[in-house]
Design a protein around this ligand. Structure first.
Ligand SMILES: [Zn+2]
Length: 492
């Protein structure tokens, strides 16, 4: 974490940061955007390639319909207007990982525009605008390590060349690194819900560049911006922005000028470094791609895609609170991933008391999963198990303590709750009142002082006795019955 020097904190009263984000998201199609090569990650280098994605002379691109549908779905989930006609354009530049010498992207007529994401942290629920979302192909990858001669040579893997991407460009609407962090978190959550990308940052399925400038508060014109490129975690984006804001203010305060440039963030040092200035920046010589027709997404097609738009996280949280009588906090935890909330809802519908299911998932399941480093999909206790266990507690057949023990056994044995419940001989909590009465009578004889206190009006003393009875019954007693019996006996 970068700590801002006191001078910066003071200067922030004078300066306002202006932040915009560009996010590249890889679409989860089985094949590439303009050819039928596989998009599978981790295949041996240069095996998922063909003349089209290698940019051989004379080949023609054929647009992948699925990539368009995924891009439209993402754009709809981010409240964008889908343009009926958009145009592919060539972005020309020379780089070893780009065999054609140009990237097919979209320029002045993108697929979608005018979207937004609403931030929640600020009291005023700030809306961050999304300028545009366009479709493009990914470039290949230069490799600098992990092969023989890596010290002298650079290798190239073109498997990624032609993998479909969307670029999501925000308005410069954010003014703090925290807002940028929240925007990215919400963006990723929404995209994950739509299922069009796995947003896996380690594998490069989600990449982020940040534009940042500062200006005196009250000034309308933007200051000179720098672009921080290729930051590979949201935390690092936040840190890089914190560093860059402090750096820019310091330069201006000491009478200097900000150079418009691309900078790289070094997370080990917590600093950004200049990479190339605007003078060296590329002139991409965009022009319409002559080998592709204009992309037309008409109303009918838009309508078909819209039907596949799932309920998005924010709407889902609101509905969970309403449908299951749980708190906003519970809803937030349970919608952490689509898989979790889908499973939770299945269990909540199957069980008698949905609120109890919500408590069980949070109180008994998620903690145990975290301790074991397991994903919800790998949980030994399935949601059918959760529903069953919730009903057993609900009916009084087992106690909360017994449920905890059975969950422990499930995780130890890697078996689902119903299996362990059978293996343990379908245990039931004791509601055999004669046995309980015997225990209580013994306790009353053994603890005359506490009985006296209770009878003198200290009614909370019943908790002491409940605890003793539960201990004596090894957690098998039904707490409700214990309470009733105790109240009766203690009144004498
Ligand atoms: Zn190919």
């Amino acid at each position: 974490m970068v700590t801002m020097p006191d001078s910066t904190v003071a200067a922030l009263a004078k300066y306002e940061p202006v932040i915009g984000l560009e996010v590249h998201v890889q679409l989860l199609t089985a094949t590439k955007i303009f050819c039928s090569c596989s998009t599978q990650f981790g295949a041996p280098p240069n095996t998922n390639v063909c003349p089209v994605c290698l940019g051989m002379p004379g080949v023609l691109p054929v647009l992948n319909r699925k990539a368009v549908e995924f891009a439209v779905l993402a754009a709809m989930s981010l409240n964008c207007r889908i343009n009926e006609t958009s145009i592919f354009a060539r972005k020309n530049y020379f780089y070893p990982d780009l065999p054609k010498g140009y990237q097919i992207s979209q320029y002045d007529k993108p697929l979608a525009e005018f979207g937004w994401i609403e931030l929640k942290q600020d009291a005023d629920k700030k809306k961050v605008g999304i300028t545009r979302i366009h479709l493009e192909e990914d470039a290949g990858k230069s490799l600098h390590e992990g092969f023989a001669d890596a010290a002298e040579k650079t290798a190239i893997d073109l498997n990624r060349t032609g993998v479909p991407l969307i670029e999501i460009v925000s308005e410069p609407d954010m003014s703090t690194p925290e807002q940028a962090y929240e925007y990215l978190t919400l963006l990723k959550e929404i995209i994950l819900y739509t299922g069009v990308s796995d947003c896996n940052m380690e594998e490069g399925s989600l990449r982020c560049d940040a534009n940042i400038s500062v200006r005196p508060r009250g000034q309308k014109e933007f200051g000179t911006k720098t672009e921080i490129k290729n930051v590979n975690s949201f935390r690092f984006v936040r840190e890089a922005l914190e560093y860059e804001i402090a750096r820019q203010i310091e330069v201006i305060e000491s009478g200097g000028k900000i150079t418009q440039e691309t900078r790289l963030y070094n997370p080990n040092e917590g600093k950004t470094y200049g990479m190339r200035s605007k003078e060296q920046a590329h002139d991409y010589r965009y022009f319409p791609e002559p080998d592709l027709l204009p992309l037309v997404v008409d109303e009918k097609w838009r309508g078909e895609i819209a039907k596949r738009l799932p309920e998005l996280p924010e709407a889902r949280r609101a509905r969970l609170v309403k449908d299951y009588g749980i708190t906003d906090y519970d809803a937030g935890v349970l919608t952490d991933s689509k898989e979790l909330v889908d499973q939770f809802e299945a269990a909540a519908k199957a069980a008698k008391n949905p609120k109890r299911v919500a408590n069980l998932v949070q109180g008994e399941l998620l903690g145990r999963l975290k301790a074991k480093g397991l994903h919800i999909g790998a949980s030994p206790v399935t949601m059918q198990g959760v529903a069953m266990s919730a009903d057993l507690v609900e009916s009084g057949a087992i106690s909360g303590k017994m449920l905890k023990d059975l969950y422990d056994l499930s995780f130890e044995r890697g078996k689902d709750f119903p299996v362990v419940y059978e293996e343990e001989g379908r245990p039931v909590q004791s509601s055999d009142t004669s046995a309980l009465e015997k225990i209580i009578d013994e306790l009353i004889t053994a603890n005359p002082k506490q009985v006296e206190q209770y009878r003198a009006g200290k009614k909370t003393m019943i908790g002491f006795f409940v605890g003793q009875v539960m201990k004596a019954s090894k957690g098998q007693a039904n707490p409700q019955i214990v309470n009733e019996l105790l109240a009766k006996k203690l009144e004498g």
